[in-house]
Design a protein around this ligand. Structure first.
Ligand code: GDP
Length: 598
């Protein structure tokens, strides 16, 4: 469980003259546990502060609470930290239920979840189309299938789920977000083209995710097809067919002519049999988001794959940092269904905001628990951000790199140099090393692995550079090995000084104030320039003087929490630890940009 222990420096302190307070609170390792529905008397006991005094303290913060007010996470956390305590969320009852292992007698076979990968133009999309069309579509659905990001094939009494986005970005992005959804990777290699850079990359990605590979040698219908060459090339990369004494299944197919598809599906079924994929349909559902978007009519929609349990219409659900009650469930044949079972992909509606691909979901017994779970995710996202460079289990400092070079010789040379820099304190993790330009997938993989990209004797395109900027991925270009060594050495020793610059991204005028119990003062604003983002830093400016500097604690349009608000829109802003906002104040939002000083 996460500990939201926050140091109490820089916090205003109150008079501490009451008697039942610990004398030397710094030495008392007390954690205040937030429980859903907690009221002033509960917090009073936890903090050792009399009710009346606690209510007064809340009033001073602009929080009008009484003995019966259910306290919000934010204000309990704030008060706990004000008083010098650590803060933690009590484990939800439902979490305890979910964490319990499934009873083996409840487990039933589930369909494997398959991702198709391979080099561009080797036939991934054609294969996914052919398989999709091979499904027995009942007359009711009229053969009209809806693209929901994944589909299921049902044949001979078993099912296989395919993620309908070919390529590596989706796979790696999901893995980066902790979603281990793929059970098997189908590696498509064109028989007339053989192993290409993205074939290698796919193998690396699948291996990094510890996912078994089934090779589909495609385009065997072509005159110049040479499957034997492909097999021998793949063998050199560790994918050895069973006939040669290895363990990798190979199938010859023509995705275009729909040949060999049945054999491929049979093999996928066999692989899943061996993996003994099982799930328990008799519990509340958990699973992962494949795609999500905002639909004009339906509101936030998400394609999810159920990984355990049964998902039902009307369920209270938290999905990443969003939550809601499931209004509708639509299957991959565009049919409204009441329930979805393990490994089944469905589209759901009813969430309060759009989740992200790779977010996990969980069903709760009531909406309030789902909401608390989503709020807790929000808090943990913030905490994880703070701790992203620190792994308590990792004593060594680690630098992760992706190496892209012009020729193979450079890779070896770079690897040698980097290995020499390793010590008892520092380690270097080479996530991927390959000949070729920097690709979108490299950027995604770099983000997923928290790695920097070393581009040696190659120049990333401006598109790739801006993608990397967007994703916060560092690409460094070099043409002298010695420079790489110097730079990484400096990085390891923390000698590369980093400074941060504040860049103003937007301003808003405070036009009206709303005092709301439990939240405090909400500033009703109008964005006059640029954009205000939920995670911006802000300055409050009054008569040209900065009266407060801090962070936004909530950003809303109407009743909805939003990530950003653009020029000419109204929004409600609450400011962390600041309630003294006035009409006419200007809120200036900024973002920190890292500037390196060599
Ligand atoms: P992707 O980039 O891997 O998704 O590749 P596509 O599925 O878009 O296929 C690239 C091209 O190869 C298209 O023109 C397809 O029609 C063709 N193609 C795919 N599979 C086959 C096949 O089995 N045989 C032949 N001859 N062409 C194929």
């Amino acid at each position: 469980m996460k500990n939201y222990n926050n140091s109490n420096k820089n916090k205003a302190s109150y008079s501490n003259s009451y008697s039942n307070r610990p004398k030397n609170k710094q030495e008392v390792e007390k954690i205040i546990h937030f429980k859903y529905g907690m009221k002033v008397p509960d917090l009073s006991i936890e903090l050792g502060i009399p009710n009346a005094l606690l209510i007064k303290k809340f009033m001073l913060l602009g929080e009008m609470v009484n003995m019966n007010t259910e306290l919000d996470i934010d204000i309990v956390k704030y008060m706990a930290e004000e008083e010098g305590y650590a803060f933690e969320l009590a484990k939800l009852e439902d979490d305890i239920l979910e964490d319990e292992p499934d009873n083996p007698s409840d487990l039933v076979k589930r369909a494997p979840i398959v991702t198709v990968m391979g080099h561009v133009d080797h036939g991934k999309t054609t294969l996914l189309d052919s398989i999709r069309k091979s499904r027995v579509v009942d007359s009711e659905a009229g053969g009209i299938t809806q693209h929901i990001g994944a589909y299921q094939v049902n044949r001979k009494g078993y099912s296989i789920t395919f993620i309908d986005t070919p390529g590596h970005a989706a796979f790696t992005e999901m893995r980066a977000r902790g979603a281990k959804i793929t059970d098997v990777v189908v590696l498509v290699v064109a028989a007339d083209d053989g192993v290409m850079p993205q074939t290698r990359e796919a193998i690396d990605h699948a291996k990094a995710g510890n996912v078994p590979i089934v090779v589909a040698i495609n385009k065997i219908d072509k005159n110049n097809a040479n499957p034997e060459v492909v097999i021998s090339e793949l063998s050199k990369l560790g994918l050895i067919p069973e006939e040669w004494g290895g363990t990798t299944p190979f199938v010859h197919i023509s995705a275009l002519r729909k040949e060999g598809i049945d054999s491929l599906l049979d093999i996928l079924e066999l692989v899943s049999e061996i993996k003994e994929l099982k799930a328990n349909p008799n519990r509340r559902a958990t699973g992962t988001v494949i795609e999500a978007s905002l639909d004009k009519g339906k509101g936030p929609t998400a394609t999810v794959i159920v990984q355990n349990g049964t998902l039902k219409q009307g369920d209270y659900i938290s999905v990443g940092t969003s939550y809601g009650r499931i209004r509708s469930i639509t299957d991959d044949l565009n049919r409204l269904v009441k329930e979805a079972y393990p490994s089944q992909p469905v589209e759901i509606t009813g969430l309060n905001e759009v989740p992200k691909a790779g977010d996990t979901f969980k069903v709760f017994s009531d909406e309030r628990l789902a909401k608390v779970s989503a709020e807790r995710k929000k808090l943990s996202v913030i905490t994880e951000k703070d701790q992203s460079n620190f792994d308590p289990f990792e004593v060594k400092k680690k630098v992760s790199v992706i190496i892209k070079t012009d020729v193979n010789g450079s890779i070896d040379a770079l690897k040698n140099v980097l290995k020499k820099l390793e010590s008892d304190v520092f380690s270097i993790d080479i996530v991927l090393s390959m000949v070729g330009g920097v690709t979108e997938n490299d950027v995604v993989l770099a983000k997923a692995s928290n790695a920097m990209v070393i581009a040696f004797n190659i120049r990333p395109t401006s598109q790739i550079k801006s993608l990397a900027d967007e994703q916060g991925v560092t690409i460094k270009t070099y043409n002298i090995i010695y420079r790489v060594q110097e730079d990484i050495e400096a990085m390891l020793k923390g000698m590369l000084d980093k400074t941060y610059e504040d860049i103003v991204i937007g301003t808003a005028e405070v036009r009206q104030l709303f005092k709301v119990a439990k939240i405090g003062t909400i500033a009703g604003c109008y964005v006059t320039h640029g954009i205000i983002k939920r995670d911006s830093s802000l300055k409050v400016i009054r008569d040209q003087v900065v009266v407060y500097e801090g962070a936004i604690s909530s950003l809303r349009r109407g009743k909805d929490d939003v990530k950003e608000v653009k020029t000419n829109f109204e929004c409600g802003i609450t400011i962390s630890n600041f309630n003294d906002i006035k009409e006419g104040d200007i809120i200036e939002a900024s973002e920190k940009k890292e500037v390196e000083v060599a």
